[in-house]
Structures are given as C-alpha cells and as structure tokens.
Design a protein. Structure first.
Length: 180
C-alpha cells in the first residue's frame, strides 16, 4: 500500500521522499560552493514555497553569502492564474552582485520571468536560478538562467516540503503528487 495524505479535498501519494531531497540538496550545495568560491553571492528565496528548500540549501553552503527574499504569487488551487502579483520585493542592493534565485518549483516560468526582469533592472554581475523542482512539460517561458535543478518531474500537481495546496501542506516532510 502506498503512503497517501489528504490535503483539503485532494488525496496525494509520495513522489519524492525527504531522504532523496536531502541528498540532492547536499549535491546542489557542493556545486554552489565550487561555482561561487571566492565570491559572496546574495541568495534570494521566493516565498512562500522555497523556505524549506532554501533553509536546507543554505546549511550546505560553506561560502560567504547573504540571504534575501521576495514574495510573489500566481497560483489559485492547483493551477497557475497566469498573473503574477508582487507582495514584497527584492533587496535594492543587487548592482554588480552575484544573485542566486531559489525557487521551490519552475513550471510555466511566468513567476520566474517576472522576478528576473526585476533583478536585471538592478544590473547584477550574474544571475542564476536554483529550483528544487522543474516541470519541463509545463514550461511556457524559457529560463536560460535555470542552472541548478533538484528534480525534473512530470506535469503533475505536487504538495509538501514547502509547496502548498490552497495554503496547506507546506509542512509535509516529503513531496507528494495529486492522485486523480
């Protein structure tokens, strides 16, 4: 029997176990330590979804770095609204900085396009995106800055480890996929 959870009116089954997530996060951290050696990037988490992944990722970094956050929203229920709303913004000190945007998931690319446009306005030295999850089949806006990906997943709705369904389920340890 598969382990399932109920979140609001939907049932979910495990897609990625926490142990897999931890191992992959460790490897991404090692790669960031190599790629940003002798630099001090600013790591910007996209709230709310990235908070668990970013916290675990930051613990793997041995390089000097600063941390910031941006909060944006484009989801309603299980699908994107297509309209990005900025709730609170980026640090205003990104000029000539190495910026790493940390996302929980990249699916359509609309949210990331919005964020990257805002970051590019400040003329940073570099911008890279690190996302725990990537849904290539859902991508509508190409993201050349997407350099670090934890897992490529099918175009399915997922919850847990920071990702939510109507605000619920972020606290789940594993990542679950919706059962149709």
């Amino acid at each position: 029997m598969k382990h399932t959870v109920q979140v609001e009116d939907k049932e979910f089954e495990i897609l990625l176990e926490n142990d897999q997530i931890s191992k992959r996060t460790r490897l991404i951290g090692i790669q960031l330590n190599v790629d940003y050696e002798n630099r001090c990037p600013i790591v910007i988490g996209v709230l709310n979804g990235s908070f668990l992944f970013m916290a675990d990722l930051i613990k793997e970094l041995t390089i000097s770095c600063e941390v910031g956050f941006i909060r944006v929203s484009s989801y309603k229920g299980t699908s994107t609204s297509g309209e990005v709303k900025e709730a609170f913004g980026l640090p205003d000190t990104l000029h000539n900085r190495n910026v790493i945007i940390v996302e929980d998931i990249v699916d359509t690319g609309h949210t990331l396009k919005f964020i990257l446009e805002k970051v590019y306005q400040q003329s940073p030295a570099s911008i890279k995106v690190c996302s725990l999850l990537f849904k290539p089949a859902a991508l509508l806006e190409p993201v050349k800055e997407l350099e670090y990906v934890g897992f490529e997943i099918p175009n399915e709705f997922v919850v847990g480890y920071g990702l939510d369904y109507n605000g619920l389920g972020r606290n789940l340890t594993h990542i679950y996929r919706a059962i149709d």
